[in-house]
Design a protein around this ligand. Sequence first.
Ligand code: GLA
Length: 500
Amino acid sequence: MVMKRALIVFGIFAASGLAYLSAQTDLSGIWLLRTSNNDGTYRKTFFKLNQQGSGLTGSVDFNYRNIEIANGTVDNGKFHFAVGNGRRQRTVEGSLTGDRLHLEMKSADGKVIEEGDAQRSSEQAMVPPPPRPLPALHDVPDNGLARTPPMGWNSWNHFSHRIDDKTVREIADAMASNGMKDAGYIYVNIDDTWQGERDASGRIHANTKFPDMKALADYVHSKGLKIGIYSSPGPTTCAAYTGSFGHETDDANTYAEWGFDYLKYDWCSASAIYKDTDMQRLYQVMGDALQATHRPIVFSLCQYGREDVWNWGAKVGGNSWRTTGDISDNWKSMSKIGFSQLKIAPYATVGHWNDPDMLEIGNGGMSDNEYKTHMTMWSMLRSPLLAGNDVRDMSAETKSILLNKDVIAIDQDRAGKPAKLAKTDGETEIWTRPLAGGATALAFFNRGDQPAKVTLQWSDAGVKAPKHARDLWAHKDVKVSKTGYTAEVPVHGTVLLWLK
Ligand code: GLA
């Protein structure tokens, strides 16, 4: 009897012990991983997990984006799952010890990109704020800026989040002394990750990487350059830093007080609150706010070319608008963007430019011929020329591409006529553009992986047989016949002629 009771007691104890153990190894719930950005700010990632036996489902919430997890498994408190796919796929593995969920997130190429301990969270995952009423549409007046496509530098392509006050000053020093300023590269633009928190009065402060924005703007101005900043109409930027949602006037006033001359305004998390069809009104809010400061601030729209922005970008006060998704430093990305732009070239007008994204020249992912094609296409398209490399440290070849004054002159030409396709043959394309004073720019491109001989008959391009022709990459005058010109174009390369 005693024995039997002891067994029953033991049985109850063992069962509750097992229940206790299994409770501790159940990953189900909402977990919050708070990671330092090492600049006084933190980013939050929520893991919404649901464990059933050895299976794990759920989603990851970051910056108002919710992504389903895939292939989730749990074995003895150790777990593994994947998020996203392709190049953007992340794998997450970790273990649960007590109340701590240790996680390690790796990129597709196996690099650890996030590591830390998540805690059970009473906070629900990212809930977007309710939309604010949007104003009726009206035409924001032309601010009179950017009469030719803006030229300068932007931090994102090369530095990403590794940008700070010291680096921006060094970039400005370099641009003032390495020939860039003289060639017209004037704007020194800080992209995402400068932002700190907003105070109770609504004023945004920079994070610890930028101790004094006004002093930084003064410094850049002292070099004869101008300075740009970055924000989003959403509550957060694409890198999950504080955006301007509901604080457009506060922020425009702060940028003006600091002495900024250029704003890139990036849609990002606004998509969690608004529909694409609301974009025009939301961009207009910032267009109006910038003009109300009475400081000349170039307004650069970044919404990846959605909603045919070239039809309304100028009406919201925009000086330029991105026409595509993000460029990457490789031939496939750059050429896909460049060769898709001719059809919208006519929408660029004085002060209001198509922006096929910042330059990658000098970042190392393309050959010099490919970078020449990049510079030629962007100049033929009258695009903003925003260098995206580390201009403190440029090879002679990179410098000779970015600082080719004859090519820059094509970009900055004031004739106001768009480039058009003169001829396409296999993997080659020939573009022409009428320039000021009756000159013509003629660009040959070769997308193929063999060198190509490409001939243009003047009559095919509606061009008069020129008296004078100059090859702007070879830096020499060339002989042309009465009927046309044959260019030898290297693999992924270009030949650019100035004709008159
Ligand atoms: C978006 C933009 C980029 C850059 C990043 C910063 O992706 O298109 O040009 O500004 O955001 O987070």
